[in-house]
Design a binder for this molecule. Structure first.
Ligand code: HSE
Length: 342
């Protein structure tokens, strides 16, 4: 049995789901994977709880952010640096939300964790958009591991397919439907709903973010594409390098016309190699029935890798709610700790 400390930064929807999942999966992690994951710290922006010698953090399964901050063991001002110094290195799991332009504050915390000999997993797109290459290099230099499959579509195993299942093939281009909200809205508009009605339904169902601007303007899809493309093609492109055109009320008509002609409009994220460089775009595109992503409807996501030797390989589905993202973080931890080889 491998016993490993886990320090969690982030107690929003994903962080709370991760805490619940660790408790729920304790027996199968021990039995199937030989892992005893000890949750030793839970942190948010205001502070956190650090477990003492020989104990785990107290049961937080029913708590929200206020519940964490109001817990008798909560230390105001406790920060990741202090936790990383005080605990024996294990896995630093990070799921706050940082902007893609700077990646901060998560980027600094991840760098510190790796340099102190911790493995790291993240569901946070910001630090990856800003400097995934640097973080992977920092992990290599420190002899630790760094995985982030939750950041490119939660449970959709896009990064895993690209890294492991297509080993030896050249990926020539990537096309993806990487945002559930826009795909849901476009699907509904193709069936005759207005943009406003469809978006209101996406918000009601919790598919869209509370502020859906980044969803509908294509920025969420652009960040996921950037992370995937930099990983696959070994580049360090920035978010400003992605040409982005999101949805607008004007596309409702196009969606209906496309549907009448047996086609569909999708917000297509594309990374295409041209002349040794990758062209990145997110924009509405008309797909015909032969396209591998044609059947990816509603809040589903999917990605197709076009390769030189393996043809077009598509993966779709995978839950993209907080539990799906937390499950992808847990998968990354299992893979990092070596109890399974991809
Ligand atoms: N709201 C997003 C979506 C998920 O619609 O897919 C956040 O990455």
């Amino acid at each position: 049995m491998t016993t490993t400390n886990v320090a969690l930064l982030g107690f929003g929807n994903v962080g709370r789901a991760f805490v619940r999942l660790l408790a729920e999966k304790r027996a199968s992690l021990a039995g199937r994977d030989g892992l005893d994951l000890r949750l030793k710290a839970v942190l948010c922006a205001r502070g956190g709880i650090l477990a003492g010698e020989g104990e785990d953090v107290p049961d937080l399964a029913g708590a929200d952010r206020e519940g964490l901050a109001g817990h008798p063991r909560f230390e105001r001002g406790l920060n990741p640096g202090a936790v990383l110094r005080r605990l024996k290195p294990g896995v630093f799991a990070e799921c706050i939300s940082s902007p893609p332009e700077t990646g901060e504050p998560a980027l600094g915390h991840l760098r510190e964790a790796l340099s102190r000999g911790w493995h790291a997993v993240t569901a946070d797109k910001g630090p990856l958009a800003a400097d995934a290459g640097g973080l992977r290099e920092a992990a290599r230099a420190a002899g630790t591991g760094f995985r982030f499959s939750a950041a490119t579509g939660a449970a959709l195993p896009a990064a895993d397919i690209a890294l492991f299942s297509l080993a030896g093939a050249e990926i020539e281009s990537i096309q993806g439907i990487l945002n559930g909200t826009t795909n849901f809205v476009l699907t509904r508009m193709g069936r005759g709903e207005s943009y406003e009605e469809a978006l209101a339904a996406a918000r009601r169902l919790g598919i869209a973010e509370p502020d859906p601007t980044r969803d509908v303007e294509g920025l969420d899809a652009a960040v996921k594409l950037l992370i995937l493309s930099n990983l696959v093609f070994g580049e360090s492109r920035q978010i400003g390098d992605v040409r982005v055109r999101g949805l607008s009320a004007a596309t409702a008509d196009e969606a209906r016309r496309a549907a009448a002609a047996g086609r569909k409009i999708k917000l297509l994220a594309s990374a295409v190699r041209r002349g040794g460089r990758t062209e990145l775009s997110v924009e509405p595109a008309v797909l015909d029935a032969g396209h591998p992503l044609f059947g990816v409807d509603g809040a589903e996501k999917g990605v197709t890798f076009f390769t030189d030797t393996m043809g077009a390989v598509t993966v779709s589905g995978g839950k993209s709610d907080p539990r799906g993202a937390a499950a992808a973080m847990l998968k990354d931890i299992i893979l990092l700790l070596g109890s399974r080889r991809p």
